[in-house]
Structures are given as structure tokens and as C-alpha cells.
Design a protein around this ligand. Sequence first.
Ligand SMILES: O=c1[nH]cc([C@@H]2O[C@H](COP(=O)(O)O)[C@@H](O)[C@H]2O)c(=O)[nH]1
Ligand SMILES: [Mg+2]
Length: 234
Amino acid sequence: MTTACRNLKKVTHVLFDMDGVLLDTETLYTQATQNILDNYGKKFSWEVKMQLMGLHGHEMAKKLVEIYELPLSPSEYYSLALKQYSALMPSCELMPGARHLVTHLKTHKIPIAVATSSSRESYDLKTKDHKEFFCMFDHIVTGASDPEVKQGKPSPDIFLVCASRFPDSPCSEKCLVFEDAPNGVLAAVRAGMQVIMVPDENIPPEHTKEAHVVIKNLEEAPIEYFGLPPLKKL
Ligand SMILES: O=c1[nH]cc([C@@H]2O[C@H](COP(=O)(O)O)[C@@H](O)[C@H]2O)c(=O)[nH]1
Ligand SMILES: [Mg+2]
């Protein structure tokens, strides 16, 4: 675990990114994208993937077509991607430690919510086998389908909207965010929130610097640093 030398402050509410934090979908996104790029002899790299993580679907398609100079319009690319997602995403699993952490917060009556860049359709596809798990959250914001969320991460919109939807609309200082993507961490920091980052091991350390704490997996989330009841070791 790495902790930046900053004053960590007590929080009252916890916001979760979904893909790569709660759901093990990032390997599936990689597979889906590579399946399409195979037709053009291109290799999906982590350098490019890091730029796409947390974008809304249409933003992602535009960027990917540009970077790889594909002979497709962004909407043509996006249709191909949606076909891949329909085949791959329904089999996704929870990330290690996700159930333990979320159940713990729920048991201690800490308000919790999800702030995902996915559309509502994509959320439904990925969570269809995990309904009981997602019922534990107070609310879910699906950024790409939400008219209040104007721009994807790294814009702070989604976290500000998500916090505002708790009945007591906590100020940003009282919110802790769990994120796996550099764009997501930036969005949370720009929203004025503290962040625990759970990066994939392929993300180089220079892209994790903005996070307040960096951990390898949710089982080791040091939530007591933020005044929350400590997780019991399994
Ligand atoms: O390899 C990829 N990872 C992630 C995304 C995008 O990032 C979103 C997930 O972001 P978040 O973790 O903020 O929910 C997905 O819905 C998708 O739009 C993508 O396009 N390609
Ligand atoms: Mg994510």
C-alpha cells in the first residue's frame, strides 16, 4: 500500500467506480477491443487503454478510431463494440474483496453509491447476475445516460452529481472515492474528494500519483485512515 504524504480527512460517504473496482470487466473490455482491432492488424496497448478508461462510450469510440486510424466512423466502431460487449460482459465477476468491503460499509450504515461512466444499458448488461450486490447501494449514477453528467471522467461531473443525490448531499470533503483509472482519480480530485486507487498492475506508478492512497486490492482498503470503521481481515 502507498499513502501520499497528505492530511487524510474523515469522511462520511463512499462513492465507488464500477468497472475495474467492483466488477472485473476491464479484462473483458480489453478482449472486446482487441477482437475488433484484430481485423485491422492493430494491438490494443495499455497506454491507449488508460486514456479510454472512464470515458463515455461515444467519447471512447471517437478517441479509439483517431488513435488507431481505423477506416470506420466512431458510430460504426461503437456498434461493433456493443456487439462484443453483449457477448462478453454478462459473464463478468465481482472484483476480489468487493463484496466484503461493500457489505461492511452497508452493515455500518455508511451511505454508499456507484458512479460509473457506463450507460444504463451497459450497467444492466454487466450487473444482471449481481442484482443483490448492487441493491446494497443507496443509488447508482450511470454517467453516459445521465443528462446531469455532461462530460465523462476526468471531468468531475459524475462524482459531484453522485454526491448531490444522497439525501443529505454531503460536501466533497466528506466523500471518499474508490477508483482504478487515472482519469477517474483525476475526476475525483477535481471534485475535491479523497481517493483510494486500486490500479491494475499494468498501470505505471507515475499514473497513480494523484491518489491519496494506492492499494493492490479492496481487501486491504485502509478505510480507518478516513475515520471509517476498519475492515475485518478475512
Ligand atoms: O478498455 C476500456 N476500458 C474502459 C472503457 C470505458 O470506461 C467505462 C468504464 O468506466 P468506469 O470505470 O468509470 O465505470 C466503460 O463503460 C467504457 O465506456 C473503454 O471504453 N475501454
Ligand atoms: Mg473503472
